[in-house]
Design a protein around this ligand. Structure first.
Ligand SMILES: [Zn+2]
Length: 293
């Protein structure tokens, strides 16, 4: 059990789906356009993983599955795992218990209907599992036969996260919980934690610094979980209809855009580095099986 394992996850969504709640003008949009660039960008990941012979878990939203059913079949053809990311990309902690269950169930059901495969790994949209909704979500996941959750961001941010959550994978309420990897360290007397696992953090942080943090992290950890979004490799998938943005929203927009041109190369570099360091890439369900045998 001392092998080094990399768990690679892709939240398969376009920018506006992933970011609509960051802007007043799009927060309450019901019908989110899903551009075809989502396909182009997801296929880029599929080709890359194929070239590197690595496996990943693709978290799928029900609304994306409905629009692009053949994408799900292609992901399976490449032997990757399909996980459930809910039907709509909304904050689960803003939902009633019934709405939470409905969002999870609809996402679950549509993946099953399109592919005949029952998803067993879950990631909440926006990592929106909180201390309060965790027991409800986990009991519902268990009833549907789920074995893995990868929704917990162990740093509290304005949008998501549970502070000081131990990021080591472990069983909670019968579900293997694999939180997003973070690097914790002491700076003088202060305990600091930095996300080292992908997404915007990976896009914005200078590559050399990120590699140093990852190197330090894996000295003490055998498992690293990475996550990426297809839109982050695409400088064009960042359109917002209303350009009447507040100053704060303009800053968020710039932050969302920065680093996209370099992202493909950065992703190739970290994956190659982990391979060279002897990491095995597994889907989350393969990791679950591995932990149980
Ligand atoms: Zn997402």
């Amino acid at each position: 059990m001392n092998e080094k394992i990399a768990l690679l996850t892709i939240d398969t969504e376009s920018w506006l789906i992933s970011s609509k709640d960051l802007f007043k003008s799009t927060k309450n949009l019901k019908d989110i356009p899903i551009p075809e660039s989502l396909l182009k960008n997801t296929y880029w990941f599929l080709r890359l993983f194929n070239d590197l012979s690595i496996k990943a878990t693709f978290f799928i939203l029900g609304c994306v599955a409905e629009k692009y059913p053949s994408l799900l079949k292609d992901i399976l053809k490449h032997n990757h795992e399909l996980g459930n990311h809910g039907y709509f990309h909304n904050f689960l902690y803003e939902y009633t218990e019934e709405e939470i269950n409905e969002n999870i169930f609809l996402g679950h059901e549509i993946i099953q209907r399109i592919t005949g495969v029952t998803p067993k790994s879950f990631r909440a949209p926006y990592f929106s599992i909180s201390e309060h909704n965790l027991p409800i979500i986990f009991s519902f996941l268990k009833n549907l036969g789920y074995t893995v959750d990868s929704s917990i961001f162990p740093i509290k941010t304005p949008l998501y996260g549970i502070n000081n959550f131990d990021s080591t994978p472990k069983i909670i309420d019968g579900i293997l919980v694999i939180p997003i990897s973070i690097f914790s360290f002491y700076f003088f007397n202060f305990s600091l934690s930095l996300p080292i696992s992908g997404g915007g953090y990976y896009r914005i942080t200078p590559e050399l610094l990120m590699m140093q943090l990852v190197k330090k992290y894996i000295k003490h950890n055998n498992t690293i979980l990475l996550y990426f979004h297809p839109y982050e490799i695409d400088p064009n998938d960042i359109e917002i209809r209303n350009d009447n943005l507040s100053l704060k929203e303009k800053l968020i927009y710039i932050q969302q855009r920065v680093g996209r041109g370099r992202m493909k190369q950065k992703i190739k570099n970290i994956l190659n580095l982990l391979k060279n360091w002897g990491f095995l890439f597994m889907s989350l369900q393969e990791f679950y099986e591995y932990k149980n045998h």
